[in-house]
Design a protein around this ligand. Structure first.
Ligand SMILES: Cc1cc2nc3c(=O)[nH]c(=O)nc-3n(C[C@H](O)[C@H](O)[C@H](O)COP(=O)(O)OP(=O)(O)OC[C@H]3O[C@@H](n4cnc5c(N)ncnc54)[C@H](O)[C@@H]3O)c2cc1C
Length: 449
């Protein structure tokens, strides 16, 4: 039996876990079910509590794991089956086709440029983000290769202009695509990297232990009274993060989705979706949202000090090292904290401005104020792939859907299955520093298993 370690999830926790194990001299398989490692951190602008540029910190780490001789990265890859043996685990994986030869693709972007079809980006759609049918997850993606949308096969996007001419041949049989514009562009660069005929690949591994680092996700806005779906200028804090980001769809310009006007008076609503609405919301505090909003207001003021930033909050969570100082910094920068509970929003159809009615938690009075952009701090929830993964690994989830630690006090990061450990957002709401600390601990548990 091999003494290799499998890390499932290539966010900041999985990356750090893999690096520690590899530096210890052990072979690591780092898998992620998306086209690139990087996780949530790769989408952020800057990070509290230091406001360092997120991708500037993470990209060198992604590069290092990619180039470490003990680490094998498998993206677009998920677990299919896991069998526990007396010495470890036999693992079956499936790598979904990217329709690209990862060795041949240099990430030059010629195919992306040639593709005439733009579709709304799954993450940034509301704030105007689009992607091509052939796309790179983000510029610093690892591996730095494109992925072709499966809908491009069999000439299915021909009507949209992705292919020239007709073809009736089954893509899985044909090695010489004569019609796809991305294929033509790649050939023009002297390469043959786009392979529309690719099939999924299965792989079998033997590993000694497994670390689950599958992270968390930003909660989608639900049926709250502040209706995200009804108003263009109500966005989530993740969408605001992307608005601020120079690598995001607006190149860092903080503009309103409705009319691309520079936002001048912005409200952040804490605990959005947490028991404030008609429907059942997130029944716990996500603990990081107070610092996310403090960060976003500080950065907004750095972009333009004249922008008015107001945070409506019930309770302030500043639990970590440097967090209280960060909140103080927001105050010093002119951010207005209002202890109040907004409960309804109405839109002026002419200006598209939004009037919030809220209860002041200091005086009990009902007040209203008008803003040109409203940001919902929606919290974080368990990854939607947890249930499937838990079943495959035989792991317990808690009643909310987070992976359950065997004993959070005396056996943190251990699970109900010996040899399988947890770190980062797979355990619950968490910030980056804590995810990295847990990754170090989990890697040591995995090495000693
Ligand atoms: C809007 C917002 C702003 C934030 N800002 C900050 C900040 O400024 N500072 C800070 O400290 N924290 C911040 N955070 C929190 C931070 O994003 C998390 O702490 C961090 O991303 C957790 O890292 P992770 O590696 O555990 O999970 P993730 O970043 O979620 O990575 C998990 C990875 O696992 C992969 N994966 C998931 N399921 C599977 C599966 N079944 N098989 C294979 N792969 C899988 C995913 O594709 C992903 O790549 C913010 C969060 C949000 C929502």
């Amino acid at each position: 039996m091999s003494d290799a370690i499998l890390v499932v999830g290539g966010g900041i926790a999985g990356i750090n876990c893999a690096m520690n194990v590899a530096e210890y001299g052990r072979k690591v398989y780092l898998i992620d079910d998306t086209p690139s490692i990087g996780g949530m951190m790769a989408r952020l602008d800057k990070t509290f509590p230091t406001n360092d540029c997120s991708i500037c910190i993470e990209a060198p780490q992604m590069f290092d794991v990619d180039n470490h001789e003990n680490i094998e990265i498998l993206t677009n890859t998920e677990l299919k089956k896991v069998k526990k043996t007396k010495d470890g685990f036999v693992v079956r994986l499936v790598s979904k086709a990217k329709y690209v030869d990862e060795e041949a693709c240099t990430g030059c972007g010629a195919c992306v440029e040639a593709c005439p079809v733009s579709i709304p980006d799954e993450m940034d759609g509301k704030i105007g983000g689009t992607r091509k049918l052939v796309s790179m997850a983000f510029p610093q993606a690892v591996p730095n290769v494109v992925t072709v949308d499966p809908r491009c096969r069999y000439g299915e996007m021909q009507a949209e202009g992705a292919c020239i001419g007709g073809c009736a041949v089954d893509c899985s049989q044909c090695r010489e695509c004569p019609i796809a514009l991305c294929v033509k562009a790649c050939e023009k660069e002297g390469k043959k990297a786009i392979e529309l005929w690719q099939a999924n690949k299965n792989k079998k591994l033997e590993v000694k232990s497994i670390v689950v680092a599958t992270g968390l996700r930003d909660a989608p806005p639900g049926g709250d009274l502040i209706d995200y779906h009804a108003y263009d200028n109500v966005i989530t804090n993740m969408e605001f993060e992307r608005l601020m980001n120079a690598g995001g769809p607006t190149a860092g310009h903080i503009i309103r989705p409705s009319d691309q006007k520079h936002a001048e008076n912005i409200a952040w609503i804490q605990c959005a979706g947490r028991g404030l609405g008609k429907e059942k919301g997130t029944p716990y505090c996500s603990k990081i949202c107070c610092m996310i909003s403090a960060k976003q207001t500080i950065i907004t003021k750095e972009h333009d000090a004249s922008v008015a930033a107001t945070i409506f909050y019930n309770d302030l969570k500043a639990y970590g090292k440097g967090f209280w100082g960060f909140y103080t910094k927001a105050n010093e920068n002119g951010v207005r904290y209002v202890k109040g509970r907004p409960y309804t929003v109405t839109e002026n159809p002419d200006t598209r401005d939004l009037t919030l009615r809220y209860e002041s938690l200091d005086s009990g009075d009902i007040k209203s104020e008008t803003f040109d952009l409203v940001v919902l701090a929606t919290g974080v929830i368990p990854n939607n792939r947890n249930e499937k993964l838990a079943k495959i690994l035989g792991l317990d989830l808690d009643h909310l859907g987070w992976f359950k630690e065997k004993d959070p006090m005396m056996a943190p990061l251990k699970t109900n299955v010996d040899g399988i450990y947890l770190c980062g957002g797979s355990t619950g709401p968490i910030d980056i520093a804590e995810s990295v600390a847990q990754a170090c601990a989990a890697s040591m548990r995995a090495i000693l298993a």
